[in-house]
Ligand binder design. Structure first.
Ligand SMILES: NC(=O)c1ccc[n+]([C@@H]2O[C@H](COP(=O)([O-])OP(=O)(O)OC[C@H]3O[C@@H](n4cnc5c(N)ncnc54)[C@H](OP(=O)(O)O)[C@@H]3O)[C@@H](O)[C@H]2O)c1
Length: 164
């Protein structure tokens, strides 16, 4: 079955990024991201692509959305509209929508599953995740993490599926 999954780390105030960078460095979350998404397609907006320290993300088909007609980025699958992106997502596989803000806003209604890292702190930011109506979602997994290493916040991995 084709599954459209959003994967995101969200602060208490819905912040997800600032100046085209992430707001935190959570090594365990990066490992989890790699483990969940490896071998799958990942879909991202052009700004998130530009923000990646290593690109393309290895062992994953990187799909990049841009409004610039005909733009090609080497080693990526390009998509020029949401419909085009949807048509490039494999049937019978999970595709991970990995941001950023513009892309999450356009895909939240289309997603079947949410992998959220809830970061238990508020941050100053210029990019936010849209409001989630949790009545539409069932929590199926939750894993709480206390402050670790240099982090001054705790965080929780939560997985939700859309209620039928
Ligand atoms: N916390 C997290 O988990 C997380 C995850 C990912 C990203 N982020 C953060 O999010 C921020 C970036 O988000 P953002 O909202 O600024 O940008 P974005 O969503 O990454 O990319 C926006 C770009 O995608 C393209 N695009 C968007 N909608 C499109 C459509 N319908 N059709 C064709 N192209 C489309 C456009 O590219 P063109 O300009 O080329 O037309 C647009 O400028 C960064 O701070 C990043 O660190 C956070």
């Amino acid at each position: 079955m084709k599954t459209t999954s959003i994967i995101v780390a969200i602060a208490d105030n819905n912040a997800i990024g600032n100046k085209n960078e992430l707001l935190w460095h959570i090594p365990d979350d990066l490992k989890r991201f790699k483990k969940l998404t490896s071998g799958h397609q990942v879909l991202m907006g052009k700004r998130t692509w530009e923000s990646l320290p290593i690109k393309p993300l290895p062992n994953r088909e990187n799909i990049v959305l841009t409004d610039i007609p005909g733009e090609i980025i080497k080693a990526c699958t390009m998509a020029y509209s949401i419909e085009d992106a949807l048509s490039k997502m494999n049937d019978n596989k999970e595709c991970f929508i990995m941001g950023g803000g513009m892309i999450y806003r356009q895909f939240l209604d289309k997603a079947d599953k949410l992998y959220i890292t809830h970061v238990h702190k508020s941050f100053e930011a210029d990019t936010f995740f849209p409001e989630i109506n949790y009545k539409d979602w069932e929590l199926i997994e939750e894993e709480k993490h206390q402050r670790e290493g240099n982090l001054d916040f705790s965080f929780t991995y939560a997985t939700y599926v859309r209620k039928k």
